[in-house]
Design a binder for this molecule. Structure first.
Ligand code: NDP
Ligand code: 13P
Length: 327
């Protein structure tokens, strides 16, 4: 299973962690990043911008040459933020070897179009097989080799299972599924719920309110998932429930930390990437247009748009007329 040629696109926290994991699994890894300084740092075995203080072992073969990084590759992990997938994939397209599957590792929905990331890949490179890697996994944990479990999804069960086998190590366990949409929706929306949980916590509303937010967020995720044809068991797995547990409770999550700052009324400029910020408004629009009840996503998008404060949002959520519903 080793000796696979793997290209990682993106030299951020997650691209670095996944590149390391693939190298530890015995694969021949090339990582492409756009910034020459980052490439130099990665070759030295560090990523001071995104994984400060973590020694990268082994050091990664990194390059700014996109064509060179993709030349002869067997598999491409795309680990740039969701909102730039379209441009990164368009740039990569002329250099992609036929038959190399694409593994989408970002978590989000395209802000302008509401398109899922696998659908963007289908549009731009319709002849390539597409998979998604998701689940509860902080880059800093993974790069340190701490135990982590993720799920790899593809419409073709064999592809997902094969990739899961190739990328698993003794500390990085990959499960597989053919429910691509379920895995993508879970990964994209948990970021919005993590902002909500952080905001509730940051506003000092207590651990009970935080647990209520996460649980009702999960109910919302399942409603949305059902409307998109996701399987309920997928959303109860690593990419849904699992990632909600992680990101809705730990300040290590950039989305939860963003929510904490919102709740505390702290400045938001210059914060690290929080994918839920870009996903919230489009997710709110999609649910509204499709008639799916999504009060938490809608509220987060209103807070981010500045049309309602966290305090007003909480009051509105708690006092809105209750629809008697089974949990
Ligand atoms: N960090 C984590 O623990 C995890 C992250 N993810 C997901 O992975 C995705 C990436 O996150 P992460 O790596 O943490 O993000 P980071 O902010 O750490 O890094 C983003 C990387 O993408 C690069 N980048 C940004 N825009 C472009 C562009 N237009 N063209 C080329 N490169 C670009 C940045 O380059 P530059 O430095 O030059 O700007 C940087 O290398 C997100 O969707 C996130 O949700 C998933 C699981 C875990
Ligand atoms: O997706 C993640 C963990 O599974 C990382 O979460 P954040 O992007 O919120 O840091």
């Amino acid at each position: 299973m080793s000796g696979y040629r793997v290209t990682v696109l993106g030299g951020g926290a997650w691209g670095t962690a996944l590149g390391l994991t693939a190298a530890r699994a015995g694969h021949d890894v090339r990582l492409w990043a756009r910034d020459p300084e980052m490439v130099e740092a990665l070759r030295r075995g560090e990523n001071p911008r995104y994984l400060p203080g973590i020694a990268l072992e082994p050091a990664l073969e990194a390059t700014t040459d996109l064509a060179g990084a993709l030349d002869g590759t067997d598999c491409v992990l795309i680990v740039t933020p969701a909102q730039v997938l379209r441009s990164v994939l368009t740039a990569a397209k002329p250099h992609l070897p036929a038959g190399a599957p694409l593994v989408l590792c970002a978590k989000g929905i395209e802000r302008e179009t509401g398109t899922l990331l696998s659908q963007i890949a289908d549009e731009i490179v319709p002849n390539h097989l597409v998979a998604a890697l998701s689940g509860p996994s902080f880059a800093s944990d993974v790069s340190r080799g701490l135990p982590t479990a993720v799920v790899i999804a593809a419409r073709e069960e064999e592809l997902a299972a094969g990739l899961a086998q190739r990328f698993s190590t003794s500390s990085f366990r990959c499960y597989s599924t053919d429910d691509l949409i379920g895995v993508e929706i879970g990964g994209a929306l948990k970021n919005v719920f993590a902002i909500a949980a952080g905001a509730v916590t940051g506003a000092g509303l207590g651990a009970s309110a935080q647990a209520a937010t996460v649980t009702r967020g999960f109910a919302e995720l399942r409603r949305i998932g059902e409307a998109f044809g996701a399987r309920p068991e997928t959303l109860m797995g690593l990419s849904g429930f699992g990632d909600l547990m992680l990101t809705c409770s730990s300040p290590q999550s950039r989305n939860f930390a963003y929510g904490l700052a919102l709740g505390r009324g702290e400045p938001l400029e210059g914060r690290p990437l929080a994918e839920g910020v870009a996903t919230a408004a489009i997710a709110a629009r999609i649910t509204r247009e499709r008639g799916i009840r999504a009060p938490i996503i809608t509220t987060v998008s209103e807070i981010l748009a500045g049309s309602i404060t966290v305090q007003e949002a909480v009051t509105a959520l708690m006092t809105r007329p209750l629809r008697h519903e089974a949990e």
